[in-house]
Design a protein. Structure first.
Length: 499
């Protein structure tokens, strides 16, 4: 269940239900009764995360007026939802959305398999590309040449190597965000950065607002830190954030932290525009919420004529609201576990002080490798190679999925590494299970939600191209057929999630 109760007004729910009618879902075999159509519409909104779990629904009379239907229709729809496990009610207190007990929340994200364990399996579980050679080898060689002076020290640099902190600060300054080295802490990847931030600001029981859907491993990290996650539904498609919902959650839930991915959001690929960034920073500042902005995908813009928006921290000149996280893992290579935090100097000092009880510091050799890349122009040249790899893989996977699975729906993002795909009404969890049998690994949609939503989705990283992308789509189509016919190995009838 969600750990914060929101309320969905009658007019808001009516708008959401009306917007569903514009989506192509295929012609129904027959027109369902009005109560059944209403129940299915609410159920789909919950499963897609557009209405959060544990949200209080409007009273029957209010919703009937907003939809211009009879109260009897609404009452019958609510009863159907209660029977199916999508609604809980208590006399005198109202009704809340829920998910059935048979829809357990996945315990963790999809971990990458070791290469030697894959065999003939095509792994679409991890949004990561191979290293952009020869730049990795050159960076390591350059780091080894710079290592001797550091080898004569104790090797512990809790804030990061001074040369790398200075270089990262210079890069923010070049982007129009004046930054001092004292505003940078180098971490062990973006996960290490966000873990440190959560422990500093978000103690056990603190509320953290998160996009819905969001990055699966970050959600799990926050759960294990004891956070109370507050989901905020994304706008439809690639439109970025729904600022009305964000303002409502920040005002009513008053979360201590909010975590967002503004640049090529994982998993949807959405890119927040400058107006959304400015308004979200203003809303967070008004609510007293620290806004943690994950920029790990920011350099993976795939269309050359795309004008990237200003970084979110550029709308926080005082530095009191936004904490930015960056990483080499997506822009360069996942095996180079170097991340960083940009924040106000007092926040950096607090993070560094707390680090003595965590990992002490980040490996020196890897920091020197990143510094070598940034100093020599290798970062920019490897970035061009990286973007070309991702662009080719994106185009190949998009074409293959459209050919083999024409009823699956998605929008093609301008950057990042992932497609967020509606699976034609099939269960994403069943597809993930069936994919293991047909030779393709994919993460199901519920891994990216807070409360078991997004059952009708899968995330497809565009990390394979050419013939491999073609074969991945063929295997996905075979998995979809197993689910559709009920032969996916569960012994149960096929389960769909269309309204």
């Amino acid at each position: 269940m969600a750990q914060w109760t929101s309320a969905v007004g009658a007019a808001q729910l009516a708008r959401l239900l009306t917007s569903q009618q514009d989506r192509p879902a295929g012609p129904p075999p027959r027109r369902p009764p009005a109560y059944r159509a209403l129940a299915d519409g609410v159920r789909l909104l919950v499963l897609e995360g557009r209405v959060p779990v544990a949200a209080r629904l409007p009273a029957e009379r209010e919703l009937a007026l907003a939809l211009s239907v009879s109260r009897t229709t609404v009452a019958a729809a609510y009863e159907a939802l209660r029977t199916e496990g999508f609604l809980e009610s208590r006399r005198g207190a109202g009704s809340w959305t829920s998910v059935p007990a048979g829809n357990p929340l996945p315990a963790r994200g999809l971990e990458p398999l070791p290469p030697e364990a894959l065999g003939s399996m095509i792994d679409l579980g991890t949004a990561a590309l191979p290293a952009p050679e020869p730049w990795l080898t050159r960076a390591v060689q350059g780091a080894l040449e710079e290592l001797p002076p550091y080898a004569h020290t104790h090797g512990d640099y809790p804030a990061g190597l001074p040369v790398l902190r200075s270089m990262l600060a210079e890069r923010y300054t070049a982007r129009g965000i004046p930054t001092m080295p004292e505003q940078i802490m180098v971490t062990t990847g973006a996960m290490g950065a966000i873990d440190a931030i959560c422990h500093l600001f978000g103690g056990r029981g603190e509320r953290i607002a998160v996009e819905s859907p969001s990055y699966a491993n970050i959600l799990q990290l926050m759960r294990e830190a004891g956070a109370r996650l507050v989901p905020v539904a994304m706008a439809d498609g690639l439109a970025g954030w729904d600022l009305d919902r964000w303002r409502q959650v920040l005002r009513e839930a008053a979360p201590r932290l909010a975590y967002v991915v503004a640049d090529f959001h994982n998993p949807t690929g959405a890119l927040a525009d400058e107006d959304q960034r400015r308004r979200l920073v203003d809303a967070a500042r008004s609510a007293g919420t620290v806004l943690v902005v994950d920029e790990t995908m920011s350099e993976l813009y795939l269309d050359d004529d795309l004008r990237m928006p200003r970084p979110v921290c550029g709308f926080d000149p005082g530095g009191s609201t936004v904490v930015t996280v960056g990483s080499a893992s997506k822009a360069f290579w996942a095996g180079l576990r170097i991340g960083w935090v940009r924040a106000a100097p007092d926040v950096i000092r607090s993070l560094v002080a707390a680090r003595a009880y965590a990992d002490m510091g980040t490996p020196v050799l890897e920091q020197l490798a990143v510094n070598w890349l940034l100093n020599t122009g290798g970062w920019e040249q490897s970035g061009e190679l990286r973007r070309a790899q991702a662009r080719d893989c994106r185009d190949a996977l998009v074409a293959a999925v459209r050919r083999e699975l024409p009823d699956w729906e998605f929008e093609v993002p301008d950057g990042g590494l992932t497609l967020w795909v509606r699976t034609g009404g099939l269960s994403g969890s069943r597809l993930a299970e069936a994919g293991e049998r047909t030779g393709v690994r994919v993460p199901s949609g519920p891994r990216f939600g807070v409360d078991g939503a997004f059952e009708g989705y899968v995330r497809l990283p565009f990390t394979v191209g050419g013939a491999v992308a073609d074969e991945a789509a063929v295997r996905l189509a075979a998995a979809a057929e197993l689910v559709r016919t009920g032969a996916s190995g569960t012994g149960e009838s096929p389960r769909t999630f269309v309204a």
